[in-house]
Write a protein that binds this ligand. Structure first.
Ligand code: T1G
Length: 706
């Protein structure tokens, strides 16, 4: 077993160092090693204080999530904490980087805590659908108060070291050398005769009445919509008013309950799926890692429109130099204005300081000609969505850049393979499909062609990591993964329901109650109905789709009802408001379109609305899998939870299908196939998995490349 904890005596101080790469997770081996060194230290009379630190970074990412689905080996984290808390001499934790979850709970079981000025301390368990299970709901209220503890645990967001000191979570903030500060702190404790200070002996000084709980929940209402973990958090923190032994027992029971919840299984699925998808698919992990991608310092963006400007900001935010090129000087001017206003808005909202905004703006420089981007480490074309224009730009870039240099196209509707063939080196061309706004959206679809080289894929994965985006590889096909499922599944069925008798507000509300951040018609109005129409124009140049296929949205585009940007779309938006108000004119239009197609309209219940939209999404997702466009069902879940607002606590469409059971899913799709026929052919993969009694998860395990 690899060494995970070291122990050295430095004068009167016993220095314990956790060393468990990559994130110092408190795994079983770490717990065993900690228990061993604590027992050894207790037998050493020369040691007058213990100092706990960690190697590398972070201080600790918390308990080892990979161990959650198997019995927790002895000693438990609670047992290690109890030994530290009962230790007869002072135990000090010195925190650098991140101290999260069980890592912070370990520190809270120590008698004193230091943190480096740049450290951050957090309880992110709720993002995994669980409550802190190693005393966090009992010790944190004893250190910072019940109300502050409730807010910190509900938010899941780390706080800075200075804030932690203000709250009483840490005793000292170290300005530079944390190790020296920790040793000095310990020696001072010994000199001043300051002994152990068990956190469990403290009492919670403030209460949590219903009004305070309600006000604590308010700021997290959106993030916790449809969630249940918060109720368990509240119950556990309330128990911190009891004697510690009782409270910790209540916490343990509630933690087990949260761990077994479907919400936690779903959130943990997404956590690992996001990390798995960012490694490789199609190209083996070994191959992708072996082809070390070049260091990326300077990126060129060709095309200074909305997308190009957003991509430029994304790279400037990531600390890179950006060359922005456009053959229309007026576009460059508009882009500058857009970039300045984006950063000004960030400063106004307190997201970044003015000096940081200025530095990032400075990183974005104009490149007059394509030749000026020859020394960029990566070039992304984001010019107007026109095949010939993009081919021309790629061909010119191909001639100015070294053959191995990655050229990425941001197209969302054209064939990346066709664009790649416009160059002499198609292996270095990939799609990097950013989502609006490029600087803020988490998802990045990496679109590979049959020619894509491992080097270009490896570079693309590095780009995603640099931008802190979630990367999913898609093979080159219309709509890649997300838009294909949206157009052929989810949004198409939503429009079908409108033709059959539902109203836009009924469909949107039903799906928002299911958990989507925004219903399909609201999303269409937000992005612009014309954007969808343009995509379908490109689609019909490549493939056909049976009528009706977005007849409502395309008619709205013809009528200039583009959505929020024109004040009218599926809804009305009075005086620039973003509030979607039903538009009787649109309801009349829908009735007319239905009548023209001989569709008899009728009342439709919310349950049917949700079931048909979600099953259509799942069915097309299965087709995307069987066509090899996505390599894993888990990748599809990442796309839909990080890029399309599918509720994360349901795990994504394919995970959700597994929770329904594929036999049930197949039976319901067949029901709609009999009732509606149109579009409802069950995917072959669903028929196969359902008849075998397996799941998408098992299909991933058996078939997806690693
Ligand atoms: N356990 C096991 N593996 C973990 C892990 C963890 N807690 N955190 C990360 N990893 C793996 C991850 O899967 C990846 O593996 C590698 O480390 C790098 O991660 C008792 C019960 C710390 C901010 O929720 O937020 O404590 O893909 O790509 O971008 O009350 O990891 O390389 O094989 O994310 O630099 C609570 C989860 C746990 C923090 C670093 N803690 N981790 O981000 O690297 S529950 C969390 C993160 C708990 C207690 C409860 C991030 C990070 P691989 P990465 P990163």
């Amino acid at each position: 077993m690899a060494r995970t904890v070291t122990f050295n005596q430095l004068g009167p101080v016993g220095l314990i160092c956790i060393d468990n790469p990559p994130v110092n997770a408190i795994s079983h081996s770490v717990r065993l090693a900690l228990a061993d060194v604590v027992a050894r230290a207790e037998k050493n009379p020369g040691i007058k204080a213990l100092l706990i630190m960690s190697e590398g970074s972070p201080f600790s990412a918390g308990a080892d999530i990979t161990e959650f689905d198997r019995p927790e080996g002895e000693p438990s984290l609670q047992q290690v904490q109890a030994a530290l808390e009962a230790f007869p001499i002072p135990v000090v934790a010195a925190i650098h980087g991140l101290a999260l979850g069980g890592g912070l709970e370990l520190a809270m079981a120590c008698h004193y805590r230091l943190a480096h000025k740049d450290a951050k301390l957090g309880m992110p368990e709720i993002t995994l659908g669980i409550i802190p299970g190693a005393g966090g709901t009992q010790r944190l209220p004893r250190l910072i108060g019940a109300r502050a503890a409730l807010n910190m645990i509900l938010s899941g967001t780390p706080i800075s070291a200075p804030e932690a000191k203000t709250k009483g979570l840490v005793d000292e903030v170290a300005e530079d050398d944390l190790r020296n500060a920790g040793l000095f702190f310990c020696e001072r404790l010994v000199q001043e005769g300051l002994g152990p200070r068990p956190t469990c002996s403290r009492t919670v000084t403030d209460g949590l009445d219903e009004a305070e709980i309600a006000s604590a929940l308010l700021p997290h209402a959106r993030a916790l919509k449809g969630r249940t973990t918060q109720e368990l958090v509240i119950e556990a923190i309330k128990a911190s008013k009891l004697p510690f032994s009782q409270g910790i027992a209540i916490e343990a029971a509630l933690a087990q309950k949260s761990l077994a919840s479907r919400e936690s299984l779903a959130l943990r699925h997404v956590f690992f799926a996001e990390r798995e998808s960012g490694k490789s698919s199609g190209v083996s992990a070994v191959e992708a890692k072996r082809t070390l991608s070049p260091a990326i310092h300077r990126v060129a963006v060709i095309g200074a429109g909305t997308m190009g400007s957003g991509i430029a900001i994304a790279f400037a935010d990531a600390g890179l130099e950006v060359l922005l090129n456009d053959n229309d000087p007026a576009s460059l001017i508009r882009s500058r204005e857009r970039i300045h206003s984006t950063y000004a808005s960030g400063v106004r909202r307190g997201r970044i300081h003015q000096n940081v905004a200025d530095e990032r703006i400075r990183r974005i420089r104009n490149a007059r000609t394509l030749a000026d981007v020859a020394d960029a480490d990566l070039v992304i074309e984001a010019v107007f969505e026109d095949r010939e224009l993009k081919k021309d730009v790629l061909s010119k870039l191909d001639s100015v850049l070294p053959p191995q240099r990655l050229i990425a196209t941001n197209t969302s509707t054209l064939s990346v393979s066709e664009l790649a063939r416009a160059t002499a080196h198609p292996g270095r061309v990939l799609g990097l499909h950013f989502f609006v706004p490029a600087q803020a959206s988490r998802l990045l679809e990496i679109v590979r062609t049959d020619h894509s080289s491992p080097e270009s894929l490896s570079t693309a994965f590095c780009v995603a990591k640099l931008l802190k985006k979630v990367a999913v590889v898609s093979r080159d096909a219309f709509g890649f993964i997300g838009n294909r499922m949206m157009l052929d599944g989810y949004f198409r069925e939503a429009e079908q329901l409108l033709l059959e008798g539902a109203t836009p507000i009924q469909v949107d509300t039903a799906l928002e109650n299911f958990g989507f951040a925004m219903g399909p018609q609201r999303v269409s109005d937000l992005g612009g109905n014309d954007v969808g129409t343009k995509a379908r124009v490109q689609l019909f140049k490549r493939e056909k789709r049976p009528d009706p296929y977005f007849v409502i949205a395309d008619r709205l585009t013809e009528m200039g009802k583009l959505g929020q940007k024109t004040g009218r779309g599926f809804y009305c938006y009075e005086n620039g408001s973003r509030e979607a108000m039903p538009d009787p004119e649109v309801n009349n239009l829908i009735e007319k379109l239905a009548f023209e197609r001989g569709i008899s309209r009728h009342e439709i219940g919310n349950e049917e609305i949700v079931e048909r939209c979600i099953l259509a999404l799942i069915n097309v997702g299965a087709m995307v899998l069987e066509e090899g466009i996505a390599a894993r069902a888990a990748d599809i879940d990442v796309v839909w939870t990080s890029g399309y607002g599918f509720p994360r606590h349901l795990g994504g469409p394919m995970f959700y299908a597994d929770t329904l059971g594929l036999s049930e899913v197949l039976q319901r799709i067949r029901h709609y196939h009999e009732k509606l026929v149109y579009y409802w052919r069950p995917a072959t993969l669903i028929e196969r998995l359902a008849s075998a009694g397996t799941s998408f998860e098992q299909w991933d395990r058996a078939s997806a490349p690693r």
